[in-house]
Design a protein around this ligand. Sequence first.
Ligand SMILES: [Zn+2]
Ligand SMILES: [Zn+2]
Ligand SMILES: [Zn+2]
Length: 176
Amino acid sequence: MEDDGLHGNDDTRCFILSTLAGQRSSRTACVLCHQSLLVFDRYPLLDGTFFLTPIQHAKSAVPVRVEGRQQYLAAVCMGCLEGWSVSLRCAFCNARWNGSALILGTMYSFDIFAAMPCCENRLKCSRCEAIVIPPDQRLSFFSDYSRTHACPSCGHVDHHFVKPLTSFVRDDRQAW
Ligand SMILES: [Zn+2]
Ligand SMILES: [Zn+2]
Ligand SMILES: [Zn+2]
């Protein structure tokens, strides 16, 4: 995945390590299979990937403030990115969510479940369900889907495209 939102630099590493140190932990957990993941102090930071999202997908996601916005630092393990442990399908269109193109061991600054909307249901307003952007109008960056937009129908400003994990049907392949 090519994007503005991939951060594999030293600032990112320090941000993650200090966030976890604040939790007195060197571990995180996958938001899908809840497997505990050890976080290393150099790249690759974990056997999976970190990402920032405006909604707390699981208890293991740590609240952080980034550029004045409330975000959560969350992780998905490699097994779930590849679909070996937990595989996700869109609850609206049945398309499989595929995280295998994501780079392991680093952090994306956007919600990785929202970055590639598979159908127009993912482009609907969180309040009135009107389409916020037409499906044929692609936003420039994957991270744009995690940002707030004003609904053209009701005016509600929200991160409309970041949907809860209940917008997916999960298939647990492997019990941990
Ligand atoms: Zn997992
Ligand atoms: Zn879909
Ligand atoms: Zn609306």
